[in-house]
Design a protein around this ligand. Structure first.
Ligand code: APR
Length: 249
């Protein structure tokens, strides 16, 4: 893939960079994206029908079982070259912020530190009643498929992720908004840019005068507004972009 020379010059001179990632960056680690069909047993459900508090209250075992299935899929996954390229970028640019919608923890596993997890982290649990993170719940020996319970109050534990209809963590939102307003270059990588408020950030960056670069396998609502669209799998495109920007590094 030929990278436009103007884009290479912009990246070589950039000081402040922000990135929004979505499920597409983890696809190359073997984790199905949201908009890909759900597999096997879960194919008859839509994520929206499971990832919400009402569904959990109605059938805690079903929702917990779905997350356990997703956790097992993630446990076998490793960060891919796109995750690694973002760690390189974090060290390369004087100011860098990674904003992720992903809950799989692969950015942290790859070594990203300047990062906000807008939608939480599937590997953490919190008390459904008290909304506080709980390390070790109490498993129900009579029903191993039931969610564990909170050692403080006995309520079920739930994954520490943002469910549909819930607000996003305020600190993460403020950090993401600041990064989008202050950056010179904003990357949207592997996201369908379909879900608000996360999908606002590329627009905020554009309105603030940043150069918007999209890396995606397919066209999205952002593609027409981006200054540059690099079409293809992130695990190939992002490392290639870095090698083209800084040959020999
Ligand atoms: N490389 C780059 N992009 C890819 C790849 C890949 N290998 N594979 C898929 N994609 C693209 C798809 O074309 C799509 O545009 O990644 C995007 C994935 O989109 P979604 O599945 O909608 O995931 P995401 O954008 O993260 O969804 C946002 O919606 O369901 C909620 O909370 C959930 O965080 C999620 C949010």
């Amino acid at each position: 893939m030929q990278i436009p020379p103007k884009l290479l010059e912009i990246l070589r001179n950039a000081k402040r960079v922000a990135v929004l990632t979505g499920a597409g960056i983890s696809a190359d680690s073997g984790i199905p994206t949201f908009r890909d069909a759900q597999h096997g047993l879960w194919s008859r459900f839509r994520p929206e029908d499971l990832a919400n508090a009402a569904a959990f209250e109605r059938d805690p075992k079903l929702v917990w079982g779905w997350y356990e299935w997703r956790r097992r899929a993630i446990a076998g996954a490793a960060p891919n070259p796109a995750h690694a390229a973002l760690v390189t970028m974090e060290h390369r640019f004087p100011s860098f912020m990674l904003i992720t919608q992903n809950v799989d923890g692969l950015h942290a596993a790859a070594g990203s530190r300047s990062m906000v997890e807008l939608h939480g982290n599937i590997m953490r649990n919190k008390c459904f009643a008290e909304n506080i993170v709980v390390e070790n719940g109490i498993a129900d020996s009579h029903d191993p498929e039931a969610p564990p319970t909170c050692p403080h109050c006995g309520a079920f534990l739930r994954p520490d992720v943002v469910w549909f209809g819930e607000s996003l963590p305020e600190a993460a939102m403020l950090a993401a908004d600041k990064a989008a307003r202050e950056c010179e270059v904003f990357f949207a990588i592997g996201t369908s840019a379909a879900v608000m408020p996360a999908a606002h950030f590329p627009r905020i960056a554009l309105e603030s005068g940043a150069v918007l670069i999209e890396i995606n396998r397919d066209t999205t609502p952002l593609s027409g507004a981006a200054h540059a669209v690099l079409r293809g799998p992130a695990a190939l495109v992002l490392p290639h972009l870095l090698k083209s920007t800084w040959p020999g590094h």
